[in-house]
Design a protein around this ligand. Sequence first.
Ligand code: PFF
Length: 442
Amino acid sequence: MSGRENFGSRAAVIMAMAGSAIGLGNIWRFPFIVGQYGGAAFILVYILCCFLLSLPILFSESVIGRRTHKNTFGAMEALAPRSSWKWLGLLTVVSPIIILSYYSVVGGWSIEYLFKSVTIQFRPDNAEIVTGMFGEFAASRAKVIACLLLFLGMTAGIVFAGVKKGIERFSKITIPVLFVLVLVIAVYSLTLPGAGEGIRYLVRPDFSKLTPDALAAALGQSFFSLSLGVGTMLTYSSYVSKDENLMASGVGTAVSDLMFAIFAGFAIMPAVFASGIAPAAGPGLVFETLPYIFAKMGTGGLVLSAAVAIIFFITILVAALTSSISMMEVGVAYLSEEKGISRTAATAGIFIFAFMVGILCVLRGSVFDFLDKLCSNFLLTLGALLFSLFVGWKMKKEDVKDELTNGGTLHTNVKLFPIIYFLIKYVAPVSIAVIFISGLVG
Ligand code: PFF
């Protein structure tokens, strides 16, 4: 225990947590589903989801993590010794490592695409073959695996350096930079001729599209985007000192994540519509549509379009890295604290495991899809539900209050506590269960 590190300041806590939250989810999924499910109407539901359901889960993970200053498994054992809750601790060690495995494959793709941008491979004279480049790249397995290795190597390097010198330092430098970069792209994108249609796609409210599906999408997206239900926020919170205000850092994290997602929407969709292409989500958007747009932009100046492409892929790479380090840290904390393995060996072990599973994902697309569905649709929601049940029903109310109000010394938190506790105990679990079950049935 004595060697355990803490984040250095409130800013460090928010940057690290926001780093985990801000990632591919904000860039390639949020902008698309906003348009698909009714623009501003969906954004409204999404914001409600964030504050009424996701934030209580984030607080729940924070309470468990900071109360115990332990990894997910150790935390469960400390708060509910020798009970079945240890399985929740174990589940949330395993699920982030699984996510790490396939997430890193995508992180690797962004390295290749950064290279392609730097070497100006997206040009007007080859615009027609740019979309096909992704299929070609994906087919060259050795290259994809090499990129995966590089991405995981960077992740392991940062985690290996430690909580303060690695994770905190990296997040503190890169998160502000990410905001600047996404805003630069948004300003550029919004000034393109024809950008208006993209803005309408994002903001025109269409309440008729708010179906139960839209609700499930909002919930799933907000959990994934805030890295909830998989123990990363719990683990990061275990590095938060006792005098930090957990509600303030949680709100800071949620607001940063939300703002980044909205900025990413304005960076991407106006450009997509300006070039007359139908919007999509996922790899197609980032690795086919956007490179095509960068190539076409080249007619207005090759240097400018290359610069935009480079900024864009740096953003993706760094956003993916600040998320992947949080996934790896969960397992490293577990192995080093519970199994007595050194931090170096633990990092190496998870690196190798994630690399192996990642290779499987590269070789078999079906494995990639299966793991993604398993985690995003199932494990994440299950973990989130169980965390809220644990804090709401298993932990003593006074302990939860003590943790969220720093022993009653934070007066605003004391006032807010009854509402937050009600959300954690009743609103979050019931809503998650209903949406989850209707998703399984539907
Ligand atoms: N929040 C990340 C994103 O939006 O891309 C994804 C993520 C990170 C999920 C960490 C789970 C996790 F533990």
